[in-house]
Design a protein around this ligand. Structure first.
Ligand SMILES: Cc1cc2nc3c(=O)[nH]c(=O)nc-3n(C[C@H](O)[C@H](O)[C@H](O)COP(=O)(O)OP(=O)(O)OC[C@H]3O[C@@H](n4cnc5c(N)ncnc54)[C@H](O)[C@@H]3O)c2cc1C
Length: 267
């Protein structure tokens, strides 16, 4: 069954009536999964026809994205700062034109999770009965934290407008390859935020010790060490080498620290 609601209320009702339905936003992750995955879903719930869910607004220091706002559109938002949100290496141009920022958080890889966590990203979740709740990005991408109720939909993503923001990642290939390690930092009204992810620990982890050093322009090395502290020292056979990941996180952290202080990547 293919469901194409025209309003958010209809979409929430359809979600409640068809708990086994697979939600489609840009469908760039869901379609390949349908083609290769096991049992097909009982129904497809396509949000593409829903009015007013492609809006991106900015008010009171936060940017609010509807569920059809693409990652590319968020990345172009000038208030994110001089680097904006670099999407070099994220998917392919054709996929980027459809891939939504919210849809990214419901599957793996979820390359946007670290930068959205640094920007204090929060997902607004609605239930067919009218109830709403807010989930922060790291909690959402933790698998048991995903939408607990089959009758829920993510209806918006909000992020803070940063004073400074920097994001750097390394992947196995320049394009359409999952992240091996990434660092995202932001200076927000309520202070600095630093998040890291690695291929072996893909839920964004906050680094409080590094946050204290982000404000100090001369503390790049200490910042990098604090960002990489606590990474697993061992990895099961066949997974990325922990020493390599720690080196990568330190290098990416150094780069983010420099960018935050308005300095180029290299002297
Ligand atoms: C060639 C190719 C390259 C790719 N490269 C990358 C990459 O480099 N990095 C990366 O992170 N991803 C990559 N992806 C995956 C994908 O394109 C992105 O994750 C994209 O952001 C997903 O957004 P979407 O709108 O297409 O999600 P969809 O495919 O529509 O949905 C993805 C999941 O989210 C759920 N969902 C979507 N919206 C909602 C909602 N509002 N409420 C509840 N559930 C919802 C869906 O049910 C589904 O389970 C790639 C995909 C392809 C095909």
């Amino acid at each position: 069954m293919y469901l194409r609601p025209a309003t958010l209320t209809e979409a929430l009702s359809a979600r409640a009536e068809h708990p086994g339905a697979l939600v489609l936003a840009g469908a760039t992750a869901a379609t390949p999964a349908l083609a290769t995955g096991g049992r097909p879903p009982a129904a497809l719930l396509d949000l593409a026809g829903v009015r007013d869910v492609a809006a991106l607004d900015e008010a009171a220091g936060r940017i609010r994205l509807g569920p059809l706002v693409t990652a590319e559109r968020l990345a172009a938002q000038p208030t994110l700062g001089p680097d904006r949100l670099p999407l070099r290496g994220f998917a392919t141009p054709a996929v980027r034109a459809r891939a939504t920022a919210l849809g990214n958080l419901f599957q793996r890889p979820h390359d946007l999770a670290a930068p959205l966590a640094a920007l204090a990203g929060e997902v607004e979740v609605a239930h067919a009965d009218g109830a709403r709740r807010t989930v922060d990005v790291p909690a959402l991408v933790t698998v048991p934290g995903r939408l607990a109720e089959a009758a829920e939909l993510a209806v918006a993503l909000t992020v803070a407008v940063p004073h400074r923001f920097a994001y750097a990642r390394v992947a196995v290939r320049p394009a359409a390859a999952p992240t091996l390690a990434a660092v995202a930092v932001a200076l927000l009204d309520d202070g600095p935020r630093v998040y890291i992810v690695t291929v072996t620990a893909p839920v964004p982890a906050r680094r409080a010790a590094a946050e204290r050093l982000l404000l100090d322009a001369g503390a790049g090395e200490e910042f990098a060490a604090a960002a990489a502290a606590g990474l697993p020292a061992d990895a099961p056979a066949g997974q990325a080498d922990p020493a390599y990941l720690a080196t990568a996180v330190r290098a990416l952290a150094r780069r983010c620290h420099r960018r935050c202080h308005g300095r180029p990547d290299h002297d």
